[in-house]
Design a protein around this ligand. Sequence first.
Ligand code: ZN
Length: 144
Amino acid sequence: MSSFFLLSPGRHFLWSPDHGSDIVASISALAERLEVRCGTVSAIGALMYATLGFYDQGAHEYRTIEINRPVEIANLTGNVTIRDGRPFLHAHATLADSKGEVMGGHLIRGTVFAAEVHLRELIGAAPVRSHDPTTDLFLWRDGD
Ligand code: ZN
């Protein structure tokens, strides 16, 4: 049975991660520093390099797609929830190259050229991530 979580809006943060930082690790670290246990994330900007993932549903593992050139973050959408006791970012991105051609997928890492992040906190009985045997992914489950 699917899980349903009723949450209320909390704090909003606008933030520019450092040039050269990994946007995925940086957003997770920001959420931890601000004690955001649940929230949604969006961002735009540009990356110097990135690694996207595609989850192989048969093999239960991520295939990686390396992008070794500058790209625009046409869209980054994600959420922060607790995994292993710490805020964890799950983000997907659409990245556009110099011809405007796009690649997309699960964002594993991305080296920031410049970026603008909007983190929206959600308050209440938030989901936490735990291992799901059907998919082999860490999916949302009821918290405490
Ligand atoms: Zn994903």
